[in-house]
Ligand binder design. Sequence first.
Ligand code: ADP
Length: 495
Amino acid sequence: MNSYNLFNILGLASIFTIIALAIVVAAKIEKTNQLQASVDKLKKSLEEMDEQAKLIVRTDIELNKIQEELDKKISSLYALQRLSRAVSTTLEETQIFMSVQRTNLEDIGFEKAAAFLWSNKEQRFRLCLNIGYEQEELNLIVSNLKSYTEYCLKLIKQAKAISSISLQDMTIKARINELFKVSYFVLSPILSKEGDNGFLFVGTDSTDTVLTEGDEELVTILANEIGQALENARLFDKTWLAQQELEKKVEERTKELSEALEQIKEVSKRKTDFISAVSHELRTPLTSIKGYASILLSEKLGQIPDAVKQRLDKINRHSDELTHLVNDLLDISRIESGKIIMKQEAQDLKEIIEVTTDLMSVQLKAKDIKLDVVLAQDAPRIEADRNQIERVFINLLGNAAKFTPEKGTITITTASTDGFVKIDVSDTGIGIPKEAQEAIFDEFYRVDNEINQQVKGTGLGLSLVKHIVEAHKGKIWVKSKPGEGTTFSFTFPKA
Ligand code: ADP
């Protein structure tokens, strides 16, 4: 082989080598490019991951903050709830503020508080609550507050809370901070319809406290609770005062009434004594008049002409009637004054009814009046004074016979009630008008009717009956319908 061929062969080999090298380099470059792309992708992913990690950390911090705030809010709400309960169950102004004082306001996030109520009378704000201030600081606040009177009154009128976050006026905000020596504050009006209005201030000096709208809301709720409690306290005071006045009045009236009652008793006693004395004095001359009339009528002292006899008869009759009246009057006054003591003996009711109706038989027969007696099986005996219960029956049956027209009916019914026997005496007579039914038991009262105009009476019978029944601890009442009849009911204790 010649050198030319060798040269050619070497040249070709070099070319091939160069080509091969070029191919290899190209492949490498391609790979490098691919690697670079992968690295870029990875870098991007890493950056994204870093972003996400940062986001997660940020979110976690935020969440922690929210959780902290939530915890703070929950404990604030609990504190507020405790405070509300304490405030609303108190009915005295100083006690209401004492309840606030006793509550740990730091649970709500404030270590300082003060409340002022506007006294219309004194034209100044009076301090009602102090938490966290020394006396000297307090004196300063009270004296400096005077220059803010107008502003505070305006706030109360607007019924709106202000706080470090809601107050736009920086100057006022700074002044409040300075006045109360705090960094953050909430000031909410205390509104009470009945009592004095004012405001509640709460504040904190701690600079890491973050005041929220929720805090403002919380303090507003507390101020409202205080206002409501003050209103309740004032209403309670009013009611209590009214009750005291009423009690005083009732006491006075009771005293007056018992004095009046004493006077009535005294007058009544004097009346009874007077009637008793007069009746006594009347009885003696009456007995002599009747005695002399009887002697003259017997003609022992000489004959008397018929005309005189008739007059003497009249004197006799009238003095009998008068004696009867005087005796009834005397008995009424004696029962009233307790001088007649009722004998409490067991009496057979059936027997009493038989005896007294027997006494009435002539009168009943004369008017052809039917008598019905319906006796209860289980109430035969009563506790009574025999003479007096007979008088009761005689009076009631006498009236029934008097005021019942011919062919009428009188019914006696007995019934057993609790510890007593009830006796009804009913008639089918003229009846008693409604308006007279109470008065018939009064002394000398008689209804103005035809029978009373014709038949004499004293108007004492029913009064005596009532006195006798009541002296036995019984009761008497009447039911009547004019034109239909009357029922007198009375009770006597069972034997
Ligand atoms: P007096 O019978 O003497 O008038 P009372 O005291 O017994 O007095 O009665 C008072 C009045 O009550 C009578 O006048 C009469 O008007 C009325 N009254 C009493 N009982 C009856 C009766 N059963 N029916 C109608 N009126 C009667």
